[in-house]
Design a protein around this ligand. Structure first.
Ligand code: AMP
Ligand code: MG
Length: 350
């Protein structure tokens, strides 16, 4: 299987079929994979009592909930609520689903916390740099075009009303929730499965992972954080291994979606909202652990923009969250810097 994730589950799963029961440790596991938001997703449930019919029903419910997230927040579906809001007229309140409003509010909270380094209104810039839904052409745009795209961004131009309406005061403002929506979708998968009384669950979309309870060995879930290299393969060394239960893990980095410009600079898909250009600092990746996936996902992207110093201050101020920064050194080696609570929350010390 090609499983492009920044986090790898550290136990061998014999076969990942459609809802098949496999023995990966002492306890039976139901596992399946699918695709959503252009990425693979995985579900594993440690439970010996589920019948095939129940597993199929769970799968359908999870798929439907992922479809619903996309119907609300996808950048790629022209009929999504988000796409329609981006086309909608300025200053007219646009009613959206409660969850879409909640995810947008969280995006704006991250903007406030990071002084605008994180910004959920960067759609125009992301497209300009070739990382959006409109093009995958990777060219450095002329300064004038960067300035013009920046003029179409700004979290201050977006508000969410108490009645779950989005209002923009800039005509071409383009909302992009790519930094938080996958994490939110993982939380939704967990919510659906928990709703059926399931307690021991692994759910992931690409690098967003959340685990509940215990793994098939009846211990915490062991997750490997991959080295931030361009072509990581399943058996390559891990940067770190963490053990988690009832927590979420998210990694943001510059080593999966990027291009190299004529000067040999690495230009990645995470844009510094304050400069309008891809983030350029020695940080290769940052992994965040938090109680839920939306929080971990949003914080990981935020910390990646802020870099290790400002990022450390932000993460240390939060309860129940921690980060591991992986810095690229001049000789190509990596240096790890953990935030104050990382070891206590994950069992891993650099
Ligand atoms: P992630 O992979 O979770 O770090 O999210 C990266 C995605 O978030 C990008 O593909 C863009 O869609 C979006 N994005 C890029 N830069 C920013 C930023 N500064 N603030 C908010 N979202 C961003
Ligand atoms: Mg993110």
């Amino acid at each position: 299987m090609t499983f492009h994730t920044k986090t790898s589950l550290l136990f061998a799963v014999a076969a990942l079929g459609t809802g098949c029961v496999v023995r990966a440790g002492d306890l039976p596991v139901v596992a399946w994979q699918g695709r959503t938001m252009g990425s693979p997703y995985t579900v594993k449930i440690v439970d010996g009592k589920l019948t095939d019919a129940q597993v199929n029903a769970l799968k359908t419910e999870v798929e439907n909930c992922l479809k619903e997230v996309n119907r609300q927040m996808s950048n790629y579906q022209p009929e999504s609520e988000l796409a329609r809001f981006n086309q909608a007229p300025v200053k007219v309140p646009f009613k959206v689903s409660a969850d879409f409003a909640r995810v947008t509010r969280f995006g704006l909270e991250l903007s406030r916390l990071s002084d605008g380094a994180f910004d959920p209104t960067l759609g125009s810039l992301i497209n300009l740099w070739g990382f959006g839904e409109k093009t995958d052409k990777h060219l450095v745009p002329p300064d004038g075009e960067i300035r013009a795209a920046m003029a179409k961004t700004g979290w201050h131009h977006l508000t969410v009303t108490a009645a779950d309406e989005l209002v923009k005061d800039l005509p071409d403002l383009a909302l992009d929730l790519g930094a938080v929506a996958k994490g939110y979708a993982v939380d939704e998968m967990i919510r659906v499965l928990q709703g059926h009384g399931l307690k021991n669950i692994y759910a992931s979309i690409a690098g967003e992972v959340r685990v509940l309870g215990h793994n098939p060995n009846n211990t915490k879930w062991a997750l490997g954080i991959t080295l931030p290299v361009d072509q990581w393969r399943e058996n390559d060394p891990m940067a770190a291994t963490v053990t988690l239960s009832n927590q979420a893990l998210s990694t943001s980095g510059d080593y999966q979606k990027f291009f190299i410009d004529a000067q040999g600079r690495r230009l990645c898909h995470i844009i510094d909202a304050r400069t309008g250009t891809p983030v350029r600092h020695p940080l290769a990746a940052v992994t965040v652990v938090a109680p839920d996936s939306m929080t971990a996902d949003g914080l990981a992207t935020t910390l990646f923009v802020l870099g290790p110093e400002a990022g450390m201050k932000l993460i240390d101020a939060r309860a129940a969250a921690a980060a591991l920064f992986i810095v690229r050194e001049k000789d190509g080696k990596f240096r790890q810097i953990a935030s104050a609570k990382f070891e206590a929350l994950t069992g891993y010390k650099p």
